[in-house]
Design a binder for this molecule. Structure first.
Ligand code: TLP
Length: 346
């Protein structure tokens, strides 16, 4: 089976498993796990923030951040297609009690302008606008990069308004490697950042939330409230430390995604916007194939390729360390055959 559903499906490397088996551990709720501390310090240093917090998932990192940045009834500005809105089970309203103001196309080019247009003055009727959430790379955008200069401009505007900026940087290293820029070029444009170890970096579990010391202390309490106070978590952090060293390898995933996208674009009935293939994701649109993306994925699975539906006529394919270049070619062939099968039916 060629699994292109997500980069979350990656398996730990032998180095990770070895590091996990040898990890020095303690009770992290007491702050006594040396491997967790080491990972948190390394993460904070890497993204240029004072402090960092190890969390089991990206979702918990984002939600603890939203809770720590806001109070009930506050407004959080966010792209309408952001992960926080689409895939976190309504947690911002469920847990933080905030209102989301969803901004279409915020992350697709005119970020500072769209942000500015969404600002509201102080008024008895309005919810206080406290937080802006950005996402880089932009998952539902197809793994696209939000340019650092756009982020910087937006950050400046948010500061003038007295708003904080949180970055969902689940795949920020994909952005930095693909753009050929330091990760700090992106992370200096936000107050807090969450990034994941468990996606393209290949760790089995874990994400980090980074920010100022006082912010992280607040978030640590929310992590506990969310059930994320782990004990001998050094076993997981040890794999995370190995994952941090796998950043440069992400360029292989990006090359494979490009190769896949170019191969798919030679199939007449489908379309890939090559400009949007900037990191490890490919969004394939079925143009003249009268089948839903769900049925298409079901048929692909029967033929040995796992992919994810993306809206009504889109399919998401994600490259990662556990798919080889030869499998990418094979997947291209299988997708071609599947398209042909459905075209014949139509
Ligand atoms: N994304 C997953 C699914 O949840 C959709 C995927 O397969 O892409 N932020 C972004 C931008 C993400 O893409 C994800 C995971 C998360 C946050 C949440 O991370 P986890 O899964 O660790 O909670």
């Amino acid at each position: 089976m060629i699994d292109l559903r997500s980069d979350t499906v990656t398996r730990p490397t032998p180095e990770m498993l070895q590091a996990m088996s040898q990890a020095e551990v303690g009770d992290d709720v007491y702050g006594e796990d040396p491997t967790v501390r080491k990972l948190e310090e390394a993460a904070a240093e890497l993204v240029g923030k004072e402090s960092a917090l190890f969390v089991p998932t990206g979702t918990m990192g984002n939600q603890a951040a939203i809770m720590a940045h806001t109070g009930r009834g506050d407004e959080v500005l966010v792209d309408a297609e952001a992960h926080v809105v689409n895939y976190e089970v309504g947690a911002p309203s469920m847990l933080a009690g905030v209102q989301l103001r969803m901004l279409p196309f915020l992350l697709e080019g005119n970020t500072p302008e769209i942000f500015t247009q969404s600002l509201r003055p102080e008024n008895i009727h309005f919810s206080p606008q406290k937080l802006l959430c950005l996402e880089n790379t932009f998952n539902r955008g197809g793994g696209t990069i939000v340019p650092s200069d756009k982020m910087q401009e937006t950050y400046q505007l948010a500061r003038e308004k007295g708003m904080a900026v949180h970055l969902d940087g689940a795949r920020i290293f994909n952005a930095s490697v693909a753009a050929g820029q330091e990760v700090k070029d992106f992370t200096r444009c936000c107050d807090t950042i969450m990034f994941c170890l468990s996606k393209g970096l290949g760790a089995p579990v874990g994400s980090l939330l980074a920010g100022s010391k006082t912010f992280i202390e607040r978030a640590r309490k929310y992590r506990k409230a969310l059930g994320g106070g782990m004990r001998q978590a050094g076993v997981l952090a040890a794999a995370g430390l190995v994952a941090l060293d796998m950043r440069e390898r992400l360029s292989e995933d990006h090359q494979n995604a490009r190769k896949l996208a170019e191969g798919l674009n030679t199939i007449e009935e489908v379309e890939v916007d090559l400009e949007k293939v900037q990191t490890n994701m490919v969004i394939l649109k079925l143009r003249e194939v009268t089948v839903s993306s769900y049925d298409f994925c079901r048929e692909l699975k029967a033929r040995g390729v796992l992919a994810g539906p993306h809206g009504v006529n889109g399919i998401r394919l994600v490259t990662h360390k556990d798919v080889f270049s030869s499998q990418v070619e094979e997947a291209r062939e299988i997708i071609g055959e599947t398209v042909e099968r459905f075209s014949r039916i139509a």
